[in-house]
Design a protein around this ligand. Sequence first.
Ligand code: FSO
Ligand code: SF4
Length: 521
Amino acid sequence: MFCFQCEQSANPGGCKVQGVCGKTAPVANKQDELTAALIGLARACDAKGATAAEYALLKQGLFMCVTNVNFDEERVQEFINRVEAARNAIDPSAADFDWEALWVGEEDIISLRSTLLLGMRGMAAYAWHAAVLSYNDPDVDAWFVKGLVEFAKDHSAEEWLGLLMEFGEVNLKCMALLDKANTESYGTPEPTKVSLTVQPGPFIVVTGHDLHDLKMLLEQSEGKGVDIYTHGEMLPCHAYPELKKYSHLKGNFGTAWQNQQNEFDNVPGAFLFTTNCLMPPRASYKSNVFTTDMVGFPDVAHVTAKEDGTKDFSAVIEKAIELGGYKEAQHFTGINGGHEVTTGFGHGTVLSIADKVIDAVKAGAIKHFFLVGGCDGAKVGRNYYTEFVKQTPKDTVVLTLACGKYRFNDLDLGEIGGIPRMLDMGQCNDSYSAIQVAVALAKAFDCDVNDLPLTLVLSWYEQKAVCVLLTLLALGIRNIYIGPTLPKFFSSNVLNILVEKFQLHPITTPEADMKAILGAN
Ligand code: FSO
Ligand code: SF4
């Protein structure tokens, strides 16, 4: 096996025997076979045209290879069979790629083309969440074919960089599509306080990113005496009017994904994983875990979608009833001891108070904006982000999104003239909201986004963060701080290009970076 796609990838050169994430060598190899089969299908589609069914396979197949999604060799093989059957139906002569050649070649070229493939895996997850709500974008769909076909061709470094920038622009469209899908289906997120207490009685914890799954589960569990709690990246769901209206959507359980093995241990509730980030479940709670969609783990119950896309979650509901939940309320806290968190500051809400924000900047009450966003993970260096937020001066605002926020989202940073100093914009895909706000501010101040008093301080872990980063670079956003470590798939030459071209800064210490950022104001 070979895999270097995530931030926790083994030293020195990637995971070669077994994944740090728990992925076994046979599963890693199967996912490479699947990737090669997807290239074969894309080649056939490129020559003969694709239908919605083939685009769906490309999105699902790429999504299946994202870190912490699928650990089940049999499920990956079944999917390969479907992809090959689709390829054969279109053009049996379209060749698969040799999966053993995926990560082989000249170092810089492998680095560039891997960055493209990994970004596409991230975008596929976003595109699939939109697709299950019947939202598709022809440009995004077409790029799955183009990207896979181009991945398998020879290009110069310059051409690869061009493809990466083109991809970044397409991923912006994809995030816009998912934003549209989520807000048109469930309403514009509104600021919402979310309790971290778990009430007595049966409950289900829903994790991942899929709003459609949560909606179906809320409908099916209503009136059954089973409460629903979000976990990880599902926290922002509390802010959507069409989801928050369910009184049995009670609160948020636990913190970021990497704490799940401790936090789920011996908990008397059921767990539903709708996407990443699944960690190998411990025996103490494995029988309480259910996966759905592209997520999978051997010997863990799986809920499959029916032909019409609906799902029957009755087994999950029954499991929660059987487990019974806690006898008394459990007053859990966030990492910093807070009992509740606030979410729901998507672009709809922030832009509705844009005048107030602009006035506060003009009056000097807000001196700087930080977007401290991205992923969480197990590494010690990630404390940087907690410390960084704690050190932000009182006349600055912190925008945040994705699961990295669990490091600080229970801190009370106070307000500036009625504007909360910490604004949770949502999931990782809600980077789209942050971009919208930045563009609106630049327009209001009649300047370039790079001239705004705004700095992006990002943490990355897996491939969705890769596609978001490529979008930010394609938009010409400079001076991004990134950590906790740099991707192993960036060769030193590629990293030098990114540093030179985009002034990408690897994070150092909160003190030094804060000084460099505010000193440059
Ligand atoms: Fe991933 Fe990062 Fe969305 Fe987390 S990009 S790791 S679970 O922030 O959020 O899927
Ligand atoms: Fe290693 Fe990350 Fe790949 Fe898992 S996803 S095998 S931890 S590089």
